[in-house]
Ligand binder design. Structure first.
Ligand code: BMA
Length: 338
């Protein structure tokens, strides 16, 4: 039996694994939970992140506006399944309180470190890179310095400092649809100056599903095995890229070291809302809600760059799958300093 170390969340969405279903992750039966045209002026919501907030839930949502640019919208929910969205995108300010709006912002992640919530996204800085903002009340959103130079995507902060430092996973990339990409770790004493960069894991492996690139998904979950990360892996076909999801466990104290990594897919596009949409064949996880007491994990993922899907697993199912399919790449088990 494996354990999630923190956070009892008895009210997260949950459905039991269907009988005769063999996979480690099963879909919510009423998927997609967010359909097309969810808000006036927003054509699609996908690749989004949610968190508990008080007795309810809050989320930051990638809203693709009707002129094609993505921005981040705030959403509220009592049950984390049915969501209501603000009509206006989130308005960011700088540390002096002046408006400081990203030109675009996509694939947000959301997490809490100590008493502060952080939103991380991919935005413009003369090219795509990671944007970062903080809030304590979900009313004022203060943008911080951009952590990295372009080009970078899939920035994900750890929910806890290690040895007094903030940690961020990211995926250095290019100015297009990036035909490469590995996951790196960087550290910061203050969320402003980033360094001590390490490589965590590379694309590839004996399977082909993660042969083009990989990128971290939801914020890491602290477990008694180490840090559990769900991540996307991308393969190339003659009809374009296919995004699937799997998971790995990183060392508790030195998370650039991979302890176990599934060499096979946990969830891949199979349903109509994953195979059909603005970009077909995409499963792109950005958030989880986890309950330490029961070990239940609800996973939120973007489907076909068009919808939000919800899926379920447990810490035991996930750890068992990772260990049974364990396949470490050549540098995975190292600290990654090279
Ligand atoms: C990636 C990102 C994601 C998107 C995916 C599939 O490069 O832009 O936002 O879901 O491509 O189109």
């Amino acid at each position: 039996m494996s354990k999630i170390l923190e956070g009892n969340l008895s009210n997260i969405p949950w459905q039991e694994k269907p009988l005769n279903f063999n996979g480690p992750i099963w879909r919510h039966t009423e998927n997609p939970i967010i359909g097309r045209n969810p808000v006036e002026g927003v054509a699609r919501i996908f690749n989004s992140a949610v968190m508990p907030y008080g007795d309810e839930f809050i989320g930051v949502f990638r809203g693709e506006t009707i002129n094609g640019r993505p921005h981040i919208y705030l959403g509220h929910s009592k049950d984390a399944v049915n969501w209501e969205f603000d009509k206006e995108k989130i308005q960011f300010v700088d540390e002096a309180g002046k408006p400081y709006q990203p030109l675009y912002a996509y694939d947000p992640r959301l997490l809490k470190i100590e008493d502060t919530y952080y939103i991380i996204w991919c935005g413009d800085f003369d090219g795509a890179t990671i944007g970062l903002a903080k809030t304590t009340d979900f009313k004022t959103f203060t943008r911080l310095e951009n952590p990295f130079l372009p080009f970078n995507r899939n920035g994900v902060l750890f929910p806890k400092k290690i040895d007094g430092k903030y940690l961020m996973l990211s995926r250095p990339s290019d100015n297009g649809h990036t035909p490469f990409g590995d996951i790196f770790l960087s550290k910061s004493p203050d969320l402003k100056y980033w360094g001590e960069h390490r490589i965590v894991m590379q694309k590839g492996g004996s399977g082909w599903w993660q042969s083009v690139k990989i990128g971290c998904g939801p914020a890491p979950i602290e477990t008694d095995e180490g840090w559990l990360i769900f991540y996307h892996g991308v393969t190339g076909t003659c009809n374009g890229l296919v995004y699937s999801m799997s998971a790995a466990i990183l060392d508790k104290d030195c998370p650039s070291k991979v302890l176990y990594r599934a060499g096979s897919i946990m969830l891949t596009p199979e349903e109509w809302y994953e195979e059909r949409g603005f970009v077909a064949n995409v499963i792109f996880p950005c958030a989880t809600l986890a309950d330490a007491e029961t070990g239940r994990i609800a996973i939120y993922y973007g489907a076909a760059d068009t919808y939000v899907g919800l899926a379920y697993t447990t810490i035991d199912e996930t750890v068992k799958f990772i260990k049974e399919h364990n396949e470490l790449g050549s540098i995975d088990g190292e600290e990654g300093r090279l």
